[in-house]
Design a protein around this ligand. Structure first.
Ligand code: UN1
Length: 495
């Protein structure tokens, strides 16, 4: 079976069809065309938003634990189709199969989380300064949530947003990456199955709009979209954030990362090696949490970097559907060109190991390890490819300063068995990132924590912890159960 036939079979099993249109879907596995899909015009995007808004008006009155039941049913569909959807993710974006399956597991996990959350949406009660008064906070549904997702997590990021937004009483409009529309069609079909089983989901509760820039713009500019949750590049966030702000909408931005790790002299080097290798080479360097900069202490630099280089040359590259493959393809030629530009620049500044193209259909590269003496040039940019810049350090304080000396602030890690160093790294004066790990790489976060980062990463938090609050509006209520009307701050206003 060709990849196109496989994709069609998988879609069919999940109740979806490719359809026909002007957007060509290709597989990075061999560059072959999987089929075509139709794109939504800006007018169609606005119609989808109007339908979602009508659905919201009904959905917000459904009790939250009942809304959780819909997410529980969606979770059942995902469990039943984990293999199908995981494989489709691998075919459409080229992730190795265990990561494709892992992505669906991440959807299942966030759905489970959201089901529990549907009984725990809570506010505070606050004592009033006035007698016979009480203050409380309520969290109410927000409206239509626009979800913009990137190719590299084509389904999990939708689920982080959708599962929470649905239990919070919102309706959804999803614009997936134009590089991964088939996965989105499959997820939409699974959602519709769950909604049909649920029976009382209003029509239009979750809409899918496939399209490129113009579709995204329509979503961003429509005043009925109360929250735009956008995951992708810093450039995309720069375009989206101010447009949403201009109409006083809310945005939740989860943008790029230029993530670093520190390998301290006391580190467990076996553990650090696996942690660094997965974080830097996993998903072919195409995660926003991918490890891109590594600071290794002078005392362990030579033995550690020698082992790392050996891992870089021995890693299995190839068909992501084959068991044993650790590195699949890059998403497209554009990604390869960006990687080569960074390496060309790096050659004048340091020593480049690897990074050459592998001769086979599709865009396959050997991962690159670049030894640098300073953090300059391309090290300061996020290149969405498997390029790891390695630098030597002697003083932890300066390594932390270098960790923080880039524009983004998503993820970071230290490998150490020294408690003081670990605590220093996670303290207020340590890493300035949204994620700071100890003895774990920068990527592969669990859904239970809030996910996102600071500075040019955009400041948004998705997924676990109390991220749900971003999907609700807070109302402060002051209730007077007495017979007089004392004014706050002792103000008098006697008629
Ligand atoms: C992303 O690359 O946009 O922590 C998200 C991780 C994954 C999510 C990455 N759970 O690497």
């Amino acid at each position: 079976m060709t990849l196109g036939e496989q994709a069609a079979t998988l879609l069919g099993r999940m109740g979806a069809r490719m359809g026909h249109g002007d957007l060509a879907c290709t597989s990075p596995i061999d560059g072959s065309t999987l089929g075509t899909v139709a794109q939504a015009s800006p007018a169609e995007v606005n119609d989808a938003i109007a339908a979602a808004h009508r659905a919201f008006l009904a959905w917000r009155s459904v009790p939250a634990p009942h809304r959780g039941e819909l997410v529980r049913l969606l979770c059942e569909e995902l469990r039943a189709h984990k293999d199908d959807l995981g494989r489709l993710v691998s075919i459409e974006v080229g992730k190795v199969l265990s990561e494709g399956l892992g992505e669906v597991q991440e959807m299942i996990d966030i759905c489970d989380f959201a089901v529990g959350l549907s009984r725990q949406l809570h506010g505070l009660t606050i004592v009033s300064e006035r007698s016979e008064h009480r203050m409380m906070e309520q969290w109410h549904p927000l409206g239509v949530v626009g979800i913009i997702t990137a190719f590299n997590f084509p389904v999990a990021v939708w689920a982080w947003n959708a599962a929470l937004a649905l239990v919070c009483g919102n309706a959804l409009v999803w614009k997936p990456s134009e590089k991964a529309p088939l996965c989105a069609l499959a997820v939409q079909a699974l959602f519709e199955r769950a909604a049909a089983r649920f029976g009382e989901a209003p029509d239009g509760l979750s809409k899918l709009v496939v399209g490129a820039r113009e579709a995204g713009k329509a979503l961003v500019d429509n005043p009925r979209v109360a929250l735009v949750s956008a995951t992708g590049s810093v450039a995309m966030g720069r375009a989206v954030g101010p447009r949403v702000a201009a109409r006083f909408g809310r945005s939740l931005l989860e943008l790029g990362g230029n993530n670093a790790a520190i390998v301290a002299p006391s580190a467990d080097l076996d553990l650090a090696l696996r942690g660094v290798a997965f974080a830097a080479m996993g998903t072919a360097g195409q995660r926003c949490t991918t490890l891109r900069r590594l600071f290794v202490h002078d005392w362990v630099y030579d033995p550690f970097v020698a082992r790392l280089k050996a891992a870089y040359t021995s890693v299995t590259i190839g068909d992501p559907l084959e068991p044993g493959t650790l590195l699949g393809p890059l998403i497209d030629e554009g990604a390869f060109a960006a990687m080569q530009r960074a390496l060309d620049e790096a050659r004048n500044l340091g020593i480049v190991h690897g990074g050459k193209r592998v001769a086979r259909a599709g865009v396959y590269v050997r991962p690159a390890l670049v030894e640098m003496s300073e953090q300059v040039g391309p090290v300061l940019d996020e290149t969405f490819a498997p390029v790891l810049y390695v630098m030597r350090y002697t003083d932890l304080g300066s390594a932390i300063a270098l960790n923080n000396a880039v524009a983004q602030g998503l993820s970071s890690a230290i490998f150490t068995t020294d408690l003081r160093e670990a605590e220093q790294f996670v303290a207020a004066t340590g890493s300035d990132c949204g994620i700071a790990n100890v003895n774990i790489g920068t990527s592969g976060a669990e859904i239970g924590g809030a996910f996102g980062g600071e500075k040019e990463t955009g400041g948004g938090r998705e997924s676990g912890s109390d991220s749900w609050r971003a999907y609700m509006r807070r109302a402060t209520n002051t209730i007077n159960y007495g017979r007089s009307l004392p004014l706050a701050q002792g103000v008098s206003f006697e008629l």
